[in-house]
Write a protein that binds this ligand. Structure first.
Ligand SMILES: [Zn+2]
Ligand SMILES: [Zn+2]
Length: 82
C-alpha cells in the first residue's frame, strides 16, 4: 500500500506535479504555490510582478516565461518530493 498525495496523486517519495498545492518550496519550506520566493529568486520587475498577481493566463507572456524560469530555478535548487 502506498501513500498518495491528496492533490496531485503522486506516490510518496516522488516529485509532485509542478505547482501541486502540497509541494513545499525548497527555498523557504512553506507552501510552494503561496510563498513569495518567486519574486525574490527571479528578481521580477514591477510589470512581471503585476502579471503574477493578476494571473490571467499562464499560457501567455509574460506569465509563461516567468513560470518557465521559476520551474528551472526550482529544479536547480532541488524540488521537494512528497
Ligand atoms: Zn502533490
Ligand atoms: Zn518559498
Amino acid at each position: 500500500m502506498s501513500e498518495l498525495c491528496s492533490d496531485c496523486g503522486c506516490v510518496k517519495g516522488q516529485l509532485h506535479e509542478i505547482f501541486c498545492t502540497n509541494e513545499r518550496c525548497p527555498f523557504c519550506n512553506n507552501q510552494l504555490v503561496s510563498c513569495g520566493c518567486i519574486s525574490e529568486i527571479l528578481s521580477l520587475n514591477s510589470e512581471e510582478q503585476l502579471a503574477l498577481d493578476e494571473y490571467i493566463d499562464d499560457e501567455a507572456e509574460p506569465l509563461k516565461s516567468i513560470n518557465e524560469r521559476w520551474v528551472k530555478a526550482l529544479a536547480q535548487k532541488g524540488r521537494r518530493p512528497f
